[in-house]
Design a binder for this molecule. Structure first.
Ligand SMILES: C[S@@+](CC[C@H](N)C(=O)[O-])C[C@H]1O[C@@H](n2cnc3c(N)ncnc32)[C@H](O)[C@@H]1O
Length: 230
């Protein structure tokens, strides 16, 4: 008789932990500044208002990579509080280094799987803006299940947004852009700010590292901007 492994199925992850080397500055920042700016997540509910010294609207970015866009936004919008989620340690180290050298007090990080953080850590209707910029496109068909943007996850994301809160996605991979559009437009609590089926042609957001890579490879860029309506 075949063994029943259903209890032990590993979750499908949207990332692979790369063994990327840390630079000296990233390692030092991880050692020195972790406690000050990284929120430890232990499958508990987070009190977002208590994370930041000043109250303000909350923007949450999933998969910050090396954090270029998050750092730029946190500087441009000092009255907004930013939370960045990333599993990749070099990116966390890089952002910690910059938080200290710039002197930012409106940016915190979580180094954990964003799906778990969003599910158990974030209260419903608590986020003003959610960003997922250039998530791993997982272009091979057999890997599509690893893509972050899926109906169930988008439903979860929508539940975390405040009324009129925004969901901003971007990708440099056209088939993923089409998939994102399909998934977001099928969600009854989200509305495409650009009009049905339309992308955000002139998005207001800083450039990202992965976007620059895509451009070097000749890829296009597709941004999607939806608001929570119900
Ligand atoms: C393609 S990179 C893009 C990074 C950045 N947004 C940019 O545009 O340069 C996607 C990032 O998302 C992170 N990521 C993927 N799935 C994640 C998850 N479930 N939780 C946290 N981070 C995740 C990866 O580690 C990776 O750094």
């Amino acid at each position: 008789m075949a063994a029943d492994n259903s209890q032990h199925k590993r979750p499908v992850r949207s990332y692979v932990i790369r063994s990327g080397r840390l630079t000296d500055s990233q390692r030092k920042a991880l050692d020195t500044h972790w406690d000050a700016h990284v929120v430890e997540f232990k499958n508990h509910s987070l009190d977002l208002d208590k994370l930041f010294p000043q109250s303000g609207s909350i923007s949450l970015e999933i998969g910050i990579g090396m954090g270029a866009s998050l750092l730029a936004m946190a500087q441009q919008e000092p009255n907004t509080n930013f939370l960045g989620i990333e599993v990749h340690k070099p990116g966390i180290g890089k952002v910690l280094h910059e938080i200290e050298s710039i002197g930012l007090n409106n940016l915190k990080l979580i180094c954990h799987d964003a799906k778990e953080v969003i599910e158990t850590g974030i209260a419903n209707q608590s986020i003003d803006r959610l960003l997922i910029l250039f998530p791993d496109p997982w272009p091979k068909k057999r890997h599509h299940k690893r893509r972050l943007v899926q109906p169930q996850f988008v439903e979860l994301l929508a539940s975390k947004l405040k009324q009129e809160g925004v969901l901003h996605l971007a990708t440099d991979w056209e088939p993923y852009a089409e998939h994102m559009m399909e998934v977001l437009e099928a969600n009854p609590s989200l509305k495409n700010e650009m009009g049905t089926g339309k992308y955000w042609e002139q998005p207001q957001r800083p450039a990202t590292k992965f976007e620059a890579r895509g451009k070097r490879l000749g890829h296009g860029v597709w941004d999607l901007l939806f608001t929570k309506t119900a």
